[in-house]
Design a protein around this ligand. Structure first.
Ligand code: B12
Length: 494
């Protein structure tokens, strides 16, 4: 009998996913990573590794990677008989999470169902309203799940909310802009134990596996889990790793897999909500630890490349310098890529990174319209974008993320984005439709406008690739056409 089965819910059915891969092959090759979302569930794999390390029988059921239809779930539950099922969900995936929770309760009513990840974090009250969800976890899940599995009284577990907490939440909702913090005193806020429940504690245990970093010296130390070196490598065997490696190979021509080694973001971009799950404090595994993990993965899965999913891998220049030095010290031969901001690129650093195997940098460029860039409050401008892209292009491949349909945008703003994206001569371009994410500043602005009340109540329909609503001056249908036109332009024929 399993203590916990963690399920990765599907946004598309296996058939729909296969169809998308076929239909949008050119867009995928051109850089659109959301049109066919196929990335390993690193969050669930991180939880599985951690919980196994604590002695709990934990497995991941990656319905997406395995291509298993939801209808097969009762059979799998009979076979594995988990005492608890945990379901991870981003906002558009919540309908799927609810369907899975219902299947679990119908097949095995005695199973405890826990939901976690971005959506339960930002919208706890709606998740707890679901009759088939017993608990939700806000923020990082490691400590709350370990406490629950160890038999702690649920009402006393920080970060975990039960049905009884919902009434308190409805009376006194959580502030949207900031995650709850220990000891935070909110006038009229939740009282006593319930207030404590929304706080994920700081783990300040010694680093595991001979980590040789002084955690106190890390920048912006703190947040949910204090020292990431304490966490084990996510359990890559918990999902069908070879399928993801082969998908990577089809995209990039080399056997690669994703890693994510940091948590938290100190920036205040108005469209992003990651700070609610991960906090604003940036934490990252030590360079030596990351290089050891890369080497281990390379060896185990015969890899040629690592694709970092961290929002800003090189946020701390000292870390970045130490990281490339460590790759050279260990003689690790692997190609790698990372995401960063256009104002965090430095020529000496990128040279050193290239010498250590860096092959590609991905920038969050977002828009070619100064007005939209101001709306996004990212603190970047067209000059910085152009300079950073030019600089990086001297050394490695460069790809860019863009959005259209940003609140306030007109057709002209979108044209400016298209023009900029073309003029930068990027190797890959990922264009998305703007989606309001609960917990982001832009979402809060939109919420104040009556005309968006309907669409914002229907958030689960909103995806970066299909959005029935518009939040700007361009109607939804026109936005969809422009989205298609821009993606067609950057499409790379296979
Ligand atoms: C990699 C990534 C992806 C990958 C896939 C990720 C996957 N399969 O898990 C891809 C590229 C496919 C993707 C797609 C999307 N993504 Co995304 N993605 C990320 C990214 C960059 C990293 C996620 C990650 O691995 N983090 C590391 C792990 C350790 O953290 P974690 O997954 O959050 O898990 C921790 C906790 O959340 C919690 N937890 C997670 N699951 C569970 C389950 C249980 C039971 C419990 C108790 C706890 C728990 O515990 C974990 C460990 O502490 C984040 C931004 C970020 N830096 O976090 C955005 C992010 C998660 N994505 C986001 C969004 C919106 C999307 C899309 C929905 C966009 C869209 N509208 O089209 C799509 C749709 C996906 C789909 N299937 O169709 C938002 C989520 C916001 C929200 N309210 O939903 C984020 C936060 C980005 C942002 N800027 O706000 N994404």
């Amino acid at each position: 009998m399993l203590d916990l089965l963690l399920i990765n819910p599907p946004y598309f059915t296996p058939g729909e996913l296969a169809d998308r891969r076929e239909r949008f092959g050119g867009w995928i090759a051109g850089g659109n990573m959301y049109i066919h979302p196929f990335e390993p569930p690193l969050g669930l794999a991180a939880l599985a590794a951690w919980l196994k390390g604590q002695g709990f029988r934990t497995e991941v059921l990656d319905l997406v990677g395995l291509g298993i239809p939801e209808e097969k779930l009762p059979e799998i539950l009979r076979e594995k008989s988990p005492a608890r099922v945990g379901i991870g969900a981003m906002t558009p995936l919540f309908p799927a999470a609810r369907r899975l929770a219902r299947i679990v309760k119908q097949a095995r009513p005695e199973t405890t169902v826990i939901a976690g990840g971005a959506h339960p974090t930002v919208s706890p009250e709606t998740c707890l309203a679901d009759e088939n969800i017993d608990f939700i976890v806000r923020g990082e899940g490691e400590t709350a799940l370990a406490a629950l599995l160890a038999g702690a009284e649920p009402d006393g577990i920080p970060g975990l909310l039960s049905k009884s907490s919902r009434e308190h939440l409805l009376k006194s909702p959580l502030p949207r802009g900031e995650p709850a913090r220990a000891g935070q005193n909110r006038p009229g806020g939740m009282k006593g134990r319930v207030k404590e429940q929304i706080v994920t504690p700081t783990l300040s245990l010694p680093p595991q596996g001979g980590g040789n970093i002084d955690c106190a010296a890390l920048p912006n130390k703190g947040g949910n889990i204090d020292c990431l070196d304490f966490l084990p490598l996510p359990d890559y065997d918990a999902f069908p790793v070879e399928k993801y490696v082969q998908y990577n190979e089809s995209l990039r021509g080399l056997r690669g897999i994703s890693m994510l080694v940091s948590r938290g973001c100190p920036y205040q971009c108005s469209f992003c909500a990651v700070h609610l799950t991960m906090g604003r404090k940036f934490r990252i595994k030590s360079p030596a630890r990351v290089v050891r993990e890369m080497a281990g993965l390379r060896e185990k899965y015969s890899l040629e490349g690592i694709w970092f999913k961290d929002s800003i891998l090189n946020l701390d220049p000292a870390w970045a310098g130490e990281f490339t030095a460590e790759i050279r010290r260990q003689g690790l031969k692997i190609k790698w890529q990372y995401n960063t901001r256009v104002d965090r690129i430095d020529e000496a650093e990128i040279r050193a990174e290239k010498a250590a195997g860096l092959v590609q940098v991905d920038f969050g460029i977002e828009s070619g319209s100064p007005r939209s860039l101001a709306t996004l409050r990212k603190g970047i401008d067209l000059e910085k974008i152009k300079a950073a892209v030019r600089l990086a292009q001297k050394h490695v491949k460069v790809s860019g993320f863009f959005m259209i349909g940003i609140p306030g945008e007109t057709r002209e703003d979108i044209e400016m984005t298209f023009t900029l994206a073309r003029s930068l001569k990027l190797d890959k371009v990922c264009v998305s439709l703007y989606c309001p994410l609960p917990g982001s500043a832009l979402y809060d602005d939109l919420k104040k406008r009556e005309e968006y009340a309907g669409p914002l109540a229907d958030l689960e329909k909103i995806h970066f690739t299909e959005n029935p609503f518009s939040f700007c001056a361009v109607p939804a249908e026109k936005l969809r056409d422009l989205y298609g036109e821009i993606n067609d332009y950057f499409s790379k024929k296979r």
